[in-house]
Write a protein that binds this ligand. Structure first.
Ligand code: DGT
Ligand code: CA
Ligand code: ZN
Length: 583
């Protein structure tokens, strides 16, 4: 994906402009463009000029710059700005997460002229006390440097999966491959992944390898052999490609999908059945007669097991469940009927109500909930009682014109630091859904933050707890919440927990989801869409649910509208009396 590179360049331009004290609107425009490009689920390289111009925040000028990058691999404005800074700073800019401002500061204060010198300075403790540098910043820089060198950094699934899919697509176009599939932790949809493992079959393996090492993403070839090659992409991710025999494809797929722990359990079972299972096939022990391996199901069938979906292969009880005929019938993406956490331009979303609704209908949904932020979140232009009342009116009006689609009136209400909600109850009684979330005070003690969430759950108008742990993968850990206590309280009050499908969040995570199911807490899966194509993030949320063993019946937004509205907890009065009550 070129998206990340372009986003990074725009961010850097913004920082350069900032360093030079230029127009704040100009700076903001680049930042916003960067954010929106990074949020695109599709490669800009595969979009038409019109489509690119339709991305929010991208006008003719920025579309031109994107076009320039796609055709020349550079943006001249960026290059000009690069010329204004010393050469030693440029090397520092290669580090993921390092912007021009920080790089200049480190150069000026410490005189470091490259990643090696910087690493040394960190190890010697020379960064301590510099403006904006914390222990965490130092750790991030060190991790960035080692990622540059090794390509073995764990990254979020949301970053790597689109890249993996694109590499597969390019291989299908440019190489004589037959079957081709991504295995490893990506196939298991683990929330972070270390590298991309791809398996393929071909009659002409050498040509496949030639094409692979020449892919446009490749920045370095680590190894090239007749059946296995490894490369490093421009993004610093390692990709391993293996060509296997047709008759071994299923066995290899099972082997390289893992997890390692799951495979070990399978092999132990095989030994007891006097079988041998490896990446080449399934063999009967005396004599080594091959009895299968073409299909992945061969492996499970040989062991007397039903097929186990990749998301469950973590040696977390799936083999016993399979033996006992107790595997869950996992939720599917197509079971989802609507999205219950969506922002519009009224707060920090990119589109008006109409555009968002059209996108949801285009997505095949039956309903969405509009859940803009509330006033406590000033940066997101959160709504006060009056603005939310106006939004409710707009939704009522829109609903009268829609057939076969419903907009739920909602809010993503801020849970204040003392646990109180950010809006007066009289507005909440006019809503179909209240998603309550924490957006500040992440450093509170476990006791404080747990109490805060418990009091939100006890508020009779709250339907859902949004992104319940607040973590941002690779950026910010979960706050110190006692999740067990929160889930028990949610079960007691029938409050749903959200699986926020936004790839950076995936919050709840798979372990919490499984615990929630055990406590019979209702779950919803929502994308937290701010830009219309982010409805596509649902697939990540569904993966978390699958890894948490969820079935269709465990998830509220698989229900048709009428049933959903009965199951969702709310304090709706039926009549929108909020206006009379006001003041
Ligand atoms: P990752 O890359 O850390 O996100 O996680 P995986 O699961 O993709 O791990 P990776 O890439 O090291 O290996 C891919 C699969 O290959 C792994 O899930 C199982 C299999 N595998 C790798 N090494 C071993 C091993 O030493 N023993 C066994 N049984 N399987 C292995
Ligand atoms: Ca892997
Ligand atoms: Zn939120």
């Amino acid at each position: 994906m070129k998206n990340q590179q372009i986003a990074r360049i725009f961010d850097e331009i913004a920082e350069f402009l900032e360093l030079r004290g230029e127009n704040v609107f100009r700076i903001r425009a680049y930042r916003r463009a960067a954010q929106n490009i990074d949020g695109l689920p599709k490669d800009v390289g595969s979009m038409s000029d019109d489509e690119i111009e339709a991305v929010p925040g991208i006008g003719k000028d920025l579309a031109g710059k994107i076009h320039e990058y796609l055709t020349t691999g550079r943006i001249s404005k960026h290059e000009e700005l690069m010329k204004t800074i010393p050469g030693g700073v440029i090397d520092l800019l290669r580090i993921p997460g390092m912007g021009p401002k920080k790089a200049m500061m480190l150069y000026e204060k410490l005189g470091v002229k490259g990643t090696e010198e910087l690493e040394k300075a960190i190890r010697e403790g020379r960064l301590a006390g510099l403006p904006g540098i914390q222990k965490k910043t130092e750790e991030n820089i060190l991790r960035g440097i080692s990622a540059l060198e090794g390509g073995k950094e764990r990254r979020s699934l949301g970053r790597v999966l689109p890249l993996a899919e694109e590499i597969v697509r390019q291989m299908q176009e440019n190489a004589p491959v037959e079957q081709i599939i991504v295995a490893g932790s990506i196939r298991r949809m683990k929330e972070t992944v270390r590298d991309i493992d791809i398996l393929t079959t071909s009659k002409r393996p050498e040509e496949v390898m030639e094409a692979f090492v020449k892919l446009p993403h490749v920045s370095r070839v680590l190894a090239q052999g007749p059946t296995k090659s490894s490369v490093l992409t421009e993004e610093g991710v390692q990709v391993d490609l293996r060509v296997v025999e047709d008759g071994s494809f299923g066995a290899a797929l099972a082997y390289f999908t893992g997890s390692k722990e799951h495979n070990i359990r399978l092999r132990e079972m095989a030994v007891r059945k006097r079988l041998k299972i490896n990446e080449y096939g399934i063999f009967e022990e005396p004599g080594e007669k091959k009895i299968g391996g073409r299909k992945e199901t061969d492996v499970y069938r040989a062991l007397g097991l039903p097929y186990i979906p990749p998301e469950l292969r973590e040696d977390a009880g799936e083999i016993d469940a399979a033996l006992g005929g107790k595997l869950p019938r996992l939720l599917e993406l197509s079971d989802i009927r609507g999205d219950l956490h969506v922002h519009t331009r009224a707060s920090d979303g990119s589109h008006d109500l109409d555009t968002v609704v059209k996108a949801a209908i285009g997505h095949g949904y039956e309903y969405i909930a509009i859940t803009d932020h509330t006033k406590g979140l000033g940066v997101a232009h959160g709504l006060d009682e009056e603005r939310l009342t106006e939004e409710i009116r707009l939704i009522d009006e829109a609903n009268t014109k829609l057939k076969g689609f419903r907009i739920l009136k909602g809010t993503e209400i801020d849970i204040r630091s003392d646990g109180r909600l950010d809006l007066a109850d009289y507005v909440l009684t006019g809503l179909d859904i209240v998603v309550a979330s924490i957006h500040s005070g992440f450093n509170q003690s476990s006791e404080q933050i747990t109490r805060r969430l418990l009091s939100a759950i006890r508020h009779p108008c709250v339907s859902v707890i949004g992104h319940p742990t607040g973590r941002l993968i690779g950026e910010r850990g979960a706050y110190a919440v006692d999740m067990d206590a929160v889930l028990r309280e949610a079960a007691k009050h029938g409050v749903a927990m959200e699986i926020n499908a936004y790839p950076l969040r995936l919050d709840l995570n798979d372990r919490h989801v499984r615990l929630a199911k055990e406590y019979a807490v209702p779950l919803v899966i929502s994308t937290d869409t701010h830009v219309r194509n982010q409805f596509d993030f649902m697939t990540y949320g569904v993966s978390v649910a699958r890894r948490g063993w969820l079935e269709k019946k465990d998830v509220l937004n698989t229900l048709p509208y009428e049933k959903l509205i009965k199951k969702l907890r709310s304090c709706r009065t039926g009549k929108a009396r909020h206006r009379e009550k006001k003041g």
